[in-house]
Design a protein around this ligand. Structure first.
Ligand code: FMN
Length: 248
């Protein structure tokens, strides 16, 4: 809600051998109010119809509920409601002492309750979850079982996946000059096989009940993804990434 207190140690590195990255950021240092202001400014430009997914996170439903209300206030502006969706980030691996709720059904449940309550009041609210990379079947089944405790129509999309935490790259494997190894969440080509496998498994288990956004070294929709997102290639190539992605 108020922006994350970033330390000087937070950063991102890119590998020399592939389009992969490793970052140690927590969340955005900008408060939610800044994002809301920027979206209002962009959408106030006449004729611009651009959808936004606002990715938010919280550890408790008490923290999450006012954030949802703030976004709903934005959506109450004429014509904006259908353009603004919420994604709950359940999966940042880099926050000290905070375990990603996407790995812990008992932690994510109260957050899903807050989202479900908002959806009951406003069925036009599009809600998704940013999930961590899962590595064995019971993890997929556990999160789906938790989602099924709510009306499954509450959740419009699952974004698979966030970075793979606790990864390490030696200094001679990265483009940046540094003495120490880099430690944090792995993304890009190095994550692609796992991200693709996550999309595939959710697609198989959910049979299209929830749309899947593929993220993790993705260059095109594969394995059941409805759409793809990208971070590493954008960080490495800048806006040229979109030319590369559309050419892929
Ligand atoms: C520098 C950097 C910062 C990121 N920050 C966030 C974040 O704030 N929230 C989030 O959900 N994911 C964040 N991610 C993860 C990406 O959204 C994405 O899930 C992950 O990098 C895999 O996609 P990619 O292989 O295209 O990079 C970040 C990734 C990078 C490289």
């Amino acid at each position: 809600m108020n922006g994350y207190n970033e330390t000087a140690a937070c950063g991102v590195v890119f590998t020399t051998s592939s389009i992969s990255s490793l970052n140690s950021y927590g969340y955005s240092p900008h408060p939610l109010s800044s994002y809301i202001g920027w979206i209002k400014e962009i959408l106030s430009k006449s004729g611009l119809v651009k959808p936004f997914i606002i990715s938010i996170t919280a550890s408790t439903s008490d923290e999450l509920t006012p954030m949802i209300s703030f976004i709903q206030e934005l959506r109450s502006t004429p014509n904006i409601a259908p353009l603004v969706a919420i994604e709950l980030n359940t999966s940042c691996p880099n926050v000290p002492m905070v375990s990603p709720s996407g790995y812990i059904p008992s932690s994510i449940h109260p957050l899903l309750t807050a989202l479900s309550d908002a959806h009951k009041q406003d069925k036009s609210l599009t809600i998704g979850l940013k999930l961590p990379p899962y590595t064995y079947r019971a993890q997929f089944e556990a999160i789906i079982e938790t989602l099924r405790e709510f009306d499954l129509g509450t959740f419009a999309f699952l974004t698979c996946t966030n970075t793979l935490g606790n990864s390490l790259l030696f200094s001679d494997q990265v483009e940046e000059t540094r003495e120490e190894p880099a430690f944090g969440g792995l993304a890009g080509d190095a994550l692609h096989a796992l991200a693709l496998g996550n999309v595939h498994t959710f697609h198989e288990l959910l049979q299209g009940e929830i749309a899947i956004i593929g993220v993790g070294g993705f260059v095109c929709a594969k394995a059941g993804a409805a759409v793809v997102g990208a971070a590493t290639i954008l960080g490495k190539e800048g806006v040229r990434a979109f030319e590369l992605l559309t050419a892929a």
